[in-house]
Design a protein around this ligand. Sequence first.
Ligand code: AMP
Length: 604
Amino acid sequence: MVTGEIDQKEIIIGIDLGTTNSLVAYVDKDGPQLVKAENGERTLVPSIVHFSEGGGLIVGEAARDKLAMYPESTIYSVKRLLGKSYSDLVTYSKGLQYTIIDGEDELIKVEIGGKYYSPIELSAAILRHLKRKIESDKNVKVSKAVITVPAYFNDAQRQATRDAGKLAGLEVLRIINEPTAAALAYGENSKTESETIAVYDLGGGTFDISILKLSHGVYDVLSTNGDTFLGGDDIDASIVAHWTAKGLLEKVDLKNSEFKQLVRLRAEEAKKHLSDHDRYENGPFVLDRATFRSLIEPLVQQTIAKIDAAIKDAELDLSELDKVILVGGSTRIRYVKERLQEYFKKPIFDDHNPDEVVALGAAIQANILAGNDSDKLLIDITPLSLGIETVGGLMDTILPRNSKIPASVGRSYTTSVDGQKNLKVAVYQGERDMVSDNRKLGEFILRDIPPMPAGIPKILVEFVINADGILKVKAKEERSSTETEIEIKSQYGVSEEEMGKMLLDSIKYAETDMKLKSLVDARNEANSLVLASQKFVVQNAVILTEQETKKIESHVQTLKSLTAGEDKDAIEAEMQAFNEFSRPLAERAMDHNLAEALKGKKLD
Ligand code: AMP
């Protein structure tokens, strides 16, 4: 566990940037350590960003407190937006409480209070928060990090993650796959020299399965499979859909984002409750374990189909697996464990905290990269095939999925027309035969090929994929040495130019009087809290006791007098105390309003 100060002045951290929560870890002389989140024992920092009316930015636990009250300006599950185009998200965005718009060049933006933010900027806000937290806690400088991503993230999503790190002021030394990180953390404590393991990672937004061979410190990833849109969020959505189908929410205005948010939070609460109980009941919201199981069965079945595919790709038989390691908060669901046990007929390893192993593994990898641990070797793979478009829109795969990385592969092509001067190289990622069904990563033109009859030029197209799984493509006409090379820039990432501007903006912002700005932010936030509370008391008089009303009024008075002063910390402390006091009241009010709207409705 974390004890006192750490030796190094500069440390390299491992970050698990999760859909729901993020964690940071590092390695010191006692091994991998997790960084504690705000106040106390917790290590999970909610991956949530809240924009206050005054333009201030809050991240983590404090931002989560704003979810119910300020759904439109409190952004969760950003990871699901990273590296995605608007068309990728049309269906998904309908379930969100905040607004996504189709920005220029297909880049999506999140609209918050009339301003627009890219998922990269929002993720950077989370990463910056994590970086500052460890810097101030440990009194060290942090500029380098290893960040984990789902193994099934494509090139665009990896680039976007790397860009977010850069924007947060971190040099991202390596992007590593979450299941691989989990295997590193598992291997650290395993006594067995050689074994074949499956890492089953079901988180808030994504599902990954990886098969690895561990042998004397070598971590060899054999195959991986998964779905970047399958996780706890979908389970919550299926519970909401069930309640809707039962007619429970018929009278509720689900366009009202506050109600929608509350129903979503109730669904998550029900899901967690059913891990240890047979039945959930909270006001009109009822769910029993049998119904819950039937709701999640299709989802669990989807994960099992992916496990089958991964085992096949690893050229193994199910019986050759020694162990199954569970990762991700959603593996706490009892039914998931039972189904896996039934399927694998193998020990399910869940001794560790499924939320923490990925960050610990990232820290171990960071330590390897820092040169402190030369006994371990990680051999990862690329999850999706990479290739180029050939005649008729066909995908010609150059680097098949599950290839070891880093890797460099070349293939020769030629021209199809006499005297052809230019050749377009369009690069795609995916498993389908037609490029139109795969994801385009980019294209470039090899120009000025000297005139030659068709079929004579010898054009070598070379794919170089680095240890982050990020691709560079080179094309060269070998007879004339004409050459072009590009690093594939994600279509949905940020250009160097944009990145420069964003960085400049953040530096400019740092140069303004930060102290004054944060005081103004705190005052603005406090003022809006005062207004919201006064409105709340008027609108919810029936459910408040006299004592509660008095307490709210006293908090309002205290806040008003504090905002007249200059003490930002005192304003923030009072706001926190006030929020803690009022949160259960706000929930009670919502439940009451919902119950009123539902009067006469009963669930089966
Ligand atoms: P992760 O992305 O790994 O942090 O996983 C977060 C997901 O795990 C969220 O969807 C949570 O709702 C879910 N989760 C956390 N605890 C539990 C639990 N006890 N039972 C079911 N799901 C849980």
